[in-house]
Design a protein around this ligand. Sequence first.
Ligand SMILES: [Zn+2]
Length: 214
Amino acid sequence: MRLPFVPTDGLCRKCGRDAVGLDGEYLCDDCRQHRPHFDRAASVFRFEGEARELVNAFKFREKLYLRDDLVDFLEAAVRARFRVDEIACVMPIPSTLTHRLLRGYNQCAILAQALAKRLGKPYRPLLRRVGHPEKQGGLDEAARRENVIDTFAVPRCVLARGVTKPHSSFSTSPVLVLDDIMTTGSTLSEAARTLKAAGVETVWTVSLARSIRL
Ligand SMILES: [Zn+2]
């Protein structure tokens, strides 16, 4: 099996989009124009070929035995792109109610829990879904950004305890948000906007697969 891994060099310093033939980091046109609310993003694969099969098998067909391999890949991507010792906690993008009802599990939560354990970080699912956006598939980029606004919230009980840690010195530590597939980045950006409104200073994200449209 040949998997289309995203390279670790020549990436947009914000969204992690890769530019062929570039060394170091750059800021892509998309991030210049739309300024996503997350600070930095990492992805494991491009969402194509065998990687698409793998991610869809885990997401839709309950191939949960793939978890450990997928977490290996996620851990490597996180270690390549972030300073792990700085991460305060790990959390998933909450799944839609429809997905939970149909599948009975949240694939992002399963991965985020395992990844947190692997990195030796607390698992803190701080985000809740409050909106019911249309499915993002089939929408153009502007419609996707519009569609996810006010989708998430941080519950009051979490806010009262402090978002990252009860000690104020931890409030500046980045939190790591995991999603399975990143397309335009609008879902992760909205999650980051919600977390920042709740007092988190820095949001890093990691996704299994990046559907990159250049
Ligand atoms: Zn970018």
